[in-house]
Every structure is written in structure tokens, then in C-alpha cells.
Design a protein around this ligand. Structure first.
Ligand code: HEC
Length: 435
């Protein structure tokens, strides 16, 4: 039976001349995997299997097809049919790449000629700083949390040490930060983390982490101020046990500064927490109440008090989170979806960093409207128990709805200049096309 099928297939291929075009791992698929998957999918990483070798890739072929078709892998869950689509950290596959993978799986995942394989990619060590290559140097400053014993099994754990910081002699400006859990154990158990510098000058919330979101780089003329003098670094770490203990776990934050004495044009607040639930200082977000098997939609609005440049969008919900959108309502009433994460997955906290020319410019008096959808039905693959009522809470099995938005406030003159520049560019592009 089997043999006959293969023979028939070969015959068809030969007669139609498709043979030469057969999609193979070596020639067509490996380049896609090497470019888009193996930074995570390799041995000793936090991802389940290595996609560097044919045998493993073949074993996972059906699951690979399903994940890439649904655009669940590589993790990039933004809705590509609405809102801004230019990102600095774009990670999705093109339609053509997805089609190639699907054809390969459907053809029985053939290996092809190993001589066609591209060279193995150069991979950074698992515990390397991801931004080191871009900056050409390790971080200028590294701060560390104190060790915490993450148990093997149990519920969520929180760790919030305050660690004295000896202080810098001079004020410096942060151009990028990276938040690095320990490797490989910490990567599996650190659910999210925040680090805040406290000095007499006031707090600087300088680093935020969620699974899948490690670093943030600020545009060329924008930075975050790190004041001179001593203080304390306050950590807010949320660990989630995964079946393997992570003893004495320490997380690190690396900072890359602007050159000494150089002050960027604009100061940014970095990612700012905008609540979509109504927690606002209350002990619980009274508006989250999801019935067993049910859905809930909640909205939150934030008035933009100063002319603002929006750097990035990172929705945060828990296991019942399904989607979150960010809309702008401009002072003239015009309404625009800036971004929508339509396929939200709690185990991926991706910061969608808009490309420089696409970062929204919001005039004073605009409103940001966030809409979150929760799905407590059995159709949600991450739902641990559709029979439960779900309320607000900090544990992964409870819910919350936060939008982390990269915000840089501008003065009016700067704002007007940027708007004019964009318009001029648009006009010249239209002109160019017209001729
Ligand atoms: C940023 C890291 C990262 C990248 C890039 C990435 N993956 Fe994954 N992948 C993971 C992690 C972590 C998991 C396990 C958790 C999950 O399913 O989300 C996973 C799960 C999977 C699974 C499910 C495995 C199973 O056991 O069922 C498949 C299939 C998969 N990835 C394929 C791919 C392919 C194909 C690519 C590239 C086109 C890719 N991934 C890119 C990190 C990554």
C-alpha cells in the first residue's frame, strides 16, 4: 500500500516535472529555520527541541506546520491586518516562508541533498547579552538581584529585595537595557520582573521584563536619565515554578549608556504601565469577573496630557487573556487602531517596538483606548480550568489587564517639527510615485 503510494507520487512528479521543484529541508527549509528559529530552538535552550538538524525537524514536522500556519511560531502575535505593521523587532515569517514550510511538511518532510545546506549559523552563547553584538561591547553597568530559591513545584512566588547601589559619580543617560534571567534555569521560571533605582532624586523604573521581552533600545536622540549618587535598586520579581528547582536564582540587568557627558535631546519614561483593569490603587480590579466557560471584554482609557511619541506596546494579561488592542482617539475625534495583539499568549510577553518612522505621534488631549478580551472557555488552549470563576489577582491563574506602553513626552515645538517632517516625507513619496 505504502509502496504503491510512493511509486505513484514519484510517477506524478516525473510526468509533471515537479521533481525539480520539490521543497527540501536542505535547500529551502533550513535557511528559514536558521534565520528565524534556532536562536531559541537549539540544544540546552529554553525551547523544546533543536531545529538545527534534519532528524529532529522531521520528527516535529506536523507540529511545526501547525504552529507556523497559525502564526504562533516564531512568537509574534500581533494582528497583521490592522494597525501599524512596521516594527524594529519584527520576528514573523513572510507568507512565502510559511508556504514553503507547509509544502515541505505536506510532501513528507524530505531531506533533499545535504550539500545544499546553508552554513550553520553562528549562535551567541545561551547566557550572552543579546544586545552585546549590536553595541559592540558588554553592558556599561550590570546590576544584580539577590539569590532566591525557586522551588520545583508550587504556586507563584514573588521576590522583592532592595539592594544598595554604590552610585555613579556622574549622571548618565541610558540608551538601552537588557534584563537577563539566569541561563538556562532562570529563563524557565522568571515570569516577569521590574527593576527600579531609588535615589533622593526620585525613582527611575529602568527595566521591565516578561517572557519573550528582554530588552528595550531607545531611539538615537532619546534616553532615560540615571542620576548620580548612591541609592537602592528595588526588584520586583515574579517566579513561576515549572517542575525543576532553580536554586539561588539571580537576575541581571545590563545598561548601555550614551557616551559620558552626552545628553540626548529627549528624556523618556520608558515603558509606562497603563491599567486596563480598574485597579488604580485598589486592592483588586473590581471589574474582572469571568464566568466558567465565558468571555469578558474590558476597556481602559488614558488621556495624553503632553504631546507624546509612542515607542512600543506590550499587553499583559494572564492565562485567559485573548487579545488587546490600543486605539488612539485624536482631539478632532478621529479614531485609529494603532496596534492589536489578536492572538495573545500569556507565555509570551512581547514588546512590539514600532519602527522609528511609524511611532505614533499623539497630540496633547488625545486618548488611548485599550480593549482587552478574556476567554475562559475550553477553546482557549492555555486555560488551566474552564470550570472556574476568574477574578483579578496577581497569580497566573487570576487575571489582570495592563498595557505597557513606551512613552516619550515632547515639547510642543519638537512635536510640531516631527509631524511636519513626517508629512513632508509622505508628500515627497506620493510625488515620487506620481511621476
Ligand atoms: C524566541 C524564541 C523562539 C523562536 C524564535 C521560535 N520558537 Fe518555537 N518555541 C519556543 C518556546 C519557548 C516553545 C515552548 C513554549 C511554547 O510553546 O510557546 C516553542 C514551541 C514550539 C513548537 C511546539 C513544540 C512542541 O513540543 O509541541 C514548535 C513546533 C515550534 N516552537 C516551532 C518553531 C519554528 C518552526 C520556529 C521558527 C520558524 C520557532 N519555533 C521560533 C521558542 C521559540
Amino acid at each position: 500500500m505504502m509502496k504503491l503510494g510512493v511509486a505513484l507520487l514519484a510517477a506524478t512528479a516525473a510526468t509533471t516535472g515537479l521533481e525539480a521543484q520539490q521543497v527540501t529541508f536542505a535547500r529551502d527549509v533550513a535557511p528559514i529555520f536558521f534565520e528565524n528559529c534556532v536562536e531559541c530552538h537549539r540544544t540546552n535552550s529554553f525551547a523544546p527541541m533543536s531545529l538545527l538538524d534534519y532528524q529532529t525537524a522531521r520528527r516535529y514536522a506536523q507540529r511545526i506546520k501547525s504552529r507556523v500556519e497559525q502564526r504562533l511560531m516564531p512568537p509574534w502575535h500581533v494582528d497583521q491586518t490592522v494597525g501599524i505593521q512596521q516594527f524594529e523587532n519584527e520576528a514573523s515569517l513572510s507568507d512565502a516562508e510559511i508556504e514553503t514550510i507547509v509544502q515541505w511538511v505536506d510532501a513528507g518532510a524530505p531531506e533533499g541533498n545535504p550539500a545544499d545546506l546553508p552554513p550553520l549559523p553562528r549562535l551567541a552563547e545561551g547566557d550572552a547579552w543579546e544586545l552585546e553584538e549590536a553595541f559592540g561591547r558588554p553592558p556599561d553597568l550590570i546590576v544584580r538581584s539577590s539569590p532566591y530559591d525557586v522551588i520545583a513545584n508550587g504556586q507563584d512566588q514573588w521576590w522583592g529585595p532592595s539592594i544598595p547601589f554604590e552610585g555613579l559619580a556622574e549622571e548618565r543617560w541610558i540608551s538601552a537595557y537588557e534584563f537577563k534571567p539566569s541561563f538556562p534555569l532562570g529563563l524557565n521560571v522568571v515570569h516577569h520582573g521590574h527593576a527600579t533605582l531609588r535615589t533622593p532624586d526620585g525613582p527611575v523604573a529602568f527595566a521591565h521584563y516578561g517572557v519573550g521581552k528582554r530588552w528595550e533600545t531607545f531611539p538615537q536622540d532619546i534616553g532615560m536619565r540615571w542620576p548620580a549618587g548612591e541609592g537602592e535598586v528595588e526588584w520586583n520579581l515574579h517566579y513561576f515554578p515549572v517542575g525543576t528547582a532553580a536554586p539561588q536564582d539571580v537576575v541581571e540587568v545590563g545598561l548601555w549608556f550614551y557616551p559620558e557627558g552626552q545628553e540626548p535631546e529627549l528624556e523618556t519614561r520608558g515603558e509606562v504601565l497603563l491599567r486596563v483593569d480598574r485597579m488604580g490603587g485598589m486592592p483588586r480590579g473590581g471589574d474582572i469577573l469571568i464566568p466558567p466557560g465565558g468571555q469578558q471584554v474590558i476597556q481602559g482609557v488614558h488621556v495624553i496630557d503632553e504631546p507624546t511619541l509612542v515607542n512600543s506596546f506590550r499587553p499583559h494579561m494572564h492565562m485567559r487573556g485573548k487579545e488587546m488592542s490600543m486605539e488612539a482617539i485624536y482631539p478632532d475625534g478621529r479614531r485609529e487602531v494603532l496596534s492589536k495583539v489578536g492572538n495573545y499568549k500569556h507565555n509570551w510577553q512581547i514588546s512590539y517596538q514600532f519602527a522609528p518612522e511609524a511611532k505614533p505621534l499623539l497630540p496633547r488631549g488625545s486618548v488611548l483606548l485599550f480593549t482587552s478580551v478574556f476567554d475562559n472557555s475550553a477553546a482557549n488552549p492555555l486555560n488551566p480550568d474552564p470550570e472556574q470563576w476568574v477574578v483579578f489577582g496577581r497569580r497566573g491563574v487570576d487575571e489582570m489587564s495592563h498595557a505597557w506602553v513606551g512613552i516619550t513626552e515632547l515639547d510642543q515645538e519638537d512635536f510640531d517639527r516631527r509631524v511636519a517632517e513626517r508629512q513632508a516625507k509622505l508628500v515627497s513619496q506620493l510625488d515620487g510615485n506620481g511621476r
